[in-house]
Structure formats: C-alpha cells, structure tokens
Design a protein around this ligand. Structure first.
Ligand SMILES: Cc1cc2nc3c(=O)[nH]c(=O)nc-3n(C[C@H](O)[C@H](O)[C@H](O)COP(=O)(O)OP(=O)(O)OC[C@H]3O[C@@H](n4cnc5c(N)ncnc54)[C@H](O)[C@@H]3O)c2cc1C
Length: 465
C-alpha cells in the first residue's frame, strides 16, 4: 500500500506531519491514532504515535528499511532466555527463508522463492553519496551489508520493496498473500475485528488459552475457540494491553480495574524501548526532496514513477549492549525547508539505538476500544542525553568534511548559533522525535526473571506459589 503525500507522490512519507497531535486522524482507516503521554522533554506536548490498523499492521505504513541485529546481540537474547536457539547461526536460516533478496551477496541473504521482496530503490539521494565519502573522512568505513550480522560502519540499506513493481512489500503483501495464493485452507483472516480478551481455562495446576473474544462493529461479541494455542501478535503497544485486559499483567493494575487475575506478571507493559531521534539539517545545493514542492517537477516525478518506477518517488523519503551493537544509527535523509519551499535540505537523522531510558504501556479502562496509555519516557536517562549531544557534535564534524562541504549552504536546523552544551541539549530535548520502534513490552526471559512475562518460546509464563 502506498499513501500519497501532499505532493501527490506515491509512497513519499513526510515525517514531520506524522508526529504532531494534529496528524492523529490523518489516516484513520489504517492508523490507530494513538497519542503519547506528554513528557517534560518535548515541553509536555502531546504527540501522535503511528501504529498500523490494517492487514500487515505497521509494516503497511513504515519506512520499509530492513535491518537485522548483530551476531552478538542475538547471543545476548540466548543468554537472557537461557535458550541457545536464539543465536545468530540458528536464526539466519529462518531470516533467509523469508527473504527474496535482489542485490549483492544474494546467495547468503535470501532465497529466490521466498515471500518478502527485499531490494534497493530505483532512486538514491545524491546527498547520500556525498555523505558516504564524508563518513570515510571521519573514520567510519564501509561495511559489506547491513543484514549480515554486522552493523558498525556505513552502507546503503535495503528496503522491503518489490523490485519489479517498485511497490511496498508489507507482511500482508508478502507472507499473507503467499499463503492465500498457495491455497491454504486452514487460514482465515477476520478483518475489521477487534480481539477484546483472551479467554483462559484454569484449574488448580494449569492455565490454558482457550480462545479469543472478538468484536465486530456493533454486533454482539463472538468467540473464536482455540484447539491448540492463541498467538497474541497485536504489536508492542496493544499486546500488553490485550494481556492486561485478559487478566495477565501487574497485580496492582489488575486490582485497580477489577480484572480477575490469570497471572500476576509484573513485567507486562514495562520496559518499553523506543529510539529517540535527533535531527541536524543543512541547506543543500545537491538534489533533495525540497524541490518536490515545485508542482511541475513533482508532476514529472510522479509520472516517472507510474511510467517506469523511477524518479524520487521510487525511494521512501524516510525512509549492557554487546560490543558489536551500535549506540547510534544515522539515516541520511532530505526534506523541504518549510512546507511548500523548493529549497533542498540534507538531514542526518540520528537514532539512539541503545537507549537506557524506559517507558511503559498501561490501560485506561478494561475495554480494548479505549487507547492504551503510552508513556515513551524518552531521553529521561542522563546517559542518553549525553550520547545524543555527542552524536550531534559528531555529525557537525561530518558536515564539515571536504567531501560534503561543497554541496552545503549553511546549517538550517538548529543553526550555527547553537554551540554551547546547554544550548545543544535544550535543542535536542525540545525537538527529540521518535522512530516508531516500540519494543520489549512483553519481554522474553529466563524463568527466574519475574519481569520477563514470556518464556524463551514466547509463551506466557505462569508462576504458581
Ligand atoms: C511510521 C513508521 C515507520 C517505521 N519504519 C520502520 C522501518 O523503516 N524499518 C523497520 O524495521 N521498522 C519500522 N517501523 C517499525 C515496524 O513497522 C514495527 O516494529 C513492526 O511493524 C511491528 O510489527 P508487529 O507485528 O509487532 O506490530 P504491528 O505491525 O503494529 O501489528 C500489530 C497488528 O495487530 C493489530 N491489532 C492490535 N490490536 C488488536 C486487537 N485487539 N485485535 C485485533 N488486531 C489487533 C493491529 O491493527 C496491527 O495490524 C516503523 C513503524 C512506523 C509506525
């Protein structure tokens, strides 16, 4: 699915529009319209936090960037769960089985008949090429690929784009479509339906998920019974909400809402990770997305996309840790100067991918129709603040390299007057954005880790006194 931006270009994603509260109902048919709890960082403003409400979930509206973790980070999962099947060598064949990769190294990274198309867009920002050279100058070498278990250093990222059609491959367009086409008759998708509660059968020695209570519009709730298991895959925001509404969550929350306890699981909804984003932008004289605000040029690009899948619409605009895990991710992007301006802006989006700040998810009522309480608590940890400020200075160093300088015409955001540590931190705190990478709210872990609500096989842990 491609949403069209104001420029009329398919797939072109304008990040700034999506983070303000005013964008809450911009795409109500496919987005839940969640708002986050205001926090001191970001001046207590309310922000919209996108989550896909459609087949394919958030993969139907995300920036399509495909990454894998590092070898040692999966080793960390194996240690935390006490289950060796989470190591990289065991996971790689599973990753590979799902991916049909068009690019270099195809023999190790995917297989030709796999459902998910992974490729590179037909358009790359010239600004990225200058930046790649700049990275070499500040000592960041090239890594062979970003999906081979190594992430330190820089490289072009593959996208979940079908290279033949230049269209998005969401989990619906890939896995679900492939299963339907293969004629599986034991798979049925209930659209426009909301799981209200996981129903459990219990006796003195065991608890078992027996089905799901579902609502469909104004019709009375109905039950889907499970003969084997119920898989709750409602994402990092609504999976904990569904578990808590079903009686699996922190005892204090269950008591507060008078929900019968199935499992007192204190970790459900806790430990929410999100990647804070810090932006540094320069006016760029090289080609960027600002010129798409020239209606004539935008029309040319739109036609180019529909005619032969080329042009700028062929690239998404947006687009305790192991030693091989990066602390920061830098995405090279472009933007318009102000809404409607054709001036090109080159932007480095800096993402804190090893955050120490943690948020949480809770409920505001027992109904799944009410949005959960989403507290991201970004940049609350002093180390995250320091790292963000250091990264900011490092990226100014990048903009000062001989490779990039010739195409830059002056710092746009926050501007050259922001120099002192306090000014930088103030800028970061008042503008920090998010990456929609909510994770870890139903954590897996060893049996004695009471904050891990799931075992290493992603099954709800049931502790008995
Ligand atoms: C704007 C945006 C950009 C992003 N960019 C990238 C990117 O470039 N690269 C990347 O790797 N990640 C990106 N992400 C993150 C990535 O898309 C998510 O991490 C991923 O899709 C999460 O998958 P999930 O299955 O856990 O949850 P989701 O994709 O959110 O799916 C959950 C599904 O459950 C459904 N659901 C929820 N509650 C219920 C209920 N009670 N009953 C029935 N159904 C329910 C939802 O409607 C949804 O369909 C982005 C996310 C967003 C929003």
């Amino acid at each position: 699915m491609f949403a069209e931006s104001a420029t009329g270009l398919p797939g072109l994603y304008v990040a700034d529009d999506s983070v303000t509260a005013s964008s809450q109902w911009a795409t109500p048919a496919v987005d839940w319209g969640f708002l986050i709890v205001p926090q001191e960082v970001m001046n207590n403003q309310v922000y919209h936090y996108e989550r896909g409400k459609t087949l394919g979930g958030s993969s139907a509206q995300n920036s399509m960037i495909y990454n894998r973790g590092t070898k040692d980070c999966y080793g960390g999962w194996a240690n935390a769960t006490g289950d060796a099947s989470w190591v990289w060598d065991s996971l790689l064949p599973l990753f590979t089985r799902g991916i049909n990769y068009t690019g270099t190294e195809s023999q190790t990274l995917g297989v030709s008949n796999a459902p998910v198309q992974l490729s590179f867009p037909n358009f790359a920002l010239p600004f990225s090429s200058y930046t790649a050279e700049g990275f070499r100058e500040i000592g960041v070498p090239k890594v062979q690929s970003l999906i081979g278990g190594e992430l330190l250093d820089s490289q072009y990222n593959p996208f979940t784009i079908n290279p033949t059609e230049a269209t998005r491959d969401s989990s619906q367009a890939s896995f679900l479509e492939a299963s339907m086409t293969a004629g599986r008759n034991n798979l049925k998708a209930y659209t426009h339906s909301l799981a209200r509660k996981v129903l459990c059968s219990q006796n003195s020695t065991s608890s078992r998920a027996a089905g799901v209570q579902v609502i469909f519009g104004n019709a009375p709730p109905f039950t889907l019974s499970a003969t084997k298991e119920v898989i709750a895959s409602a994402g990092a925001i609504q999976s904990p909400q569904l578990l808590i509404a079903s009686g699996i969550g922190p005892q204090s929350t269950l008591d507060q809402y008078n929900i019968s306890t199935i499992v007192n699981s204190p970790g459900v909804g806790q430990d929410l990770w999100e990647h804070a984003l810090v932006l540094l932008s320069q006016t760029s004289i090289s080609e960027g997305f600002g010129r798409l605000n020239d209606p004539e040029y935008a029309e040319q690009q739109r036609m180019a996309y529909y005619a032969n899948q080329t042009g700028e619409a062929a690239q998404e605009l947006d687009e305790m840790f192991p030693l091989d895990w990066p602390e920061l991710e830098r995405e090279i992007a472009s933007a318009e100067k102000t809404p409607g301006s054709t001036v090109n802006i080159g932007t480095i989006i800096q993402s804190l991918v090893s955050p120490l700040s943690r948020g949480n998810i809770s409920i505001r009522s027992t109904s799944m129709l009410d949005p959960p309480i989403i507290d991201l608590n970004r940049l609350s940890h002093p180390t995250d603040q320091k790292l963000a400020a250091q990264s900011f200075r490092r990226m100014r160093q990048l903009f000062n390299t001989t490779a990039i300088k010739p195409i830059l015409a002056g710092e746009e955001v926050p501007g050259p007057n922001v120099q002192a540590d306090e000014q930088i931190l103030e800028y970061i705190e008042s503008t920090v954005a998010f990456n929609w990478h909510a994770a870890c709210t139903c954590k897996m872990g060893a049996w004695n880790d009471t904050m891990a609500s799931l075992d290493s096989g992603a099954k709800v842990k049931v502790w008995r006194a």
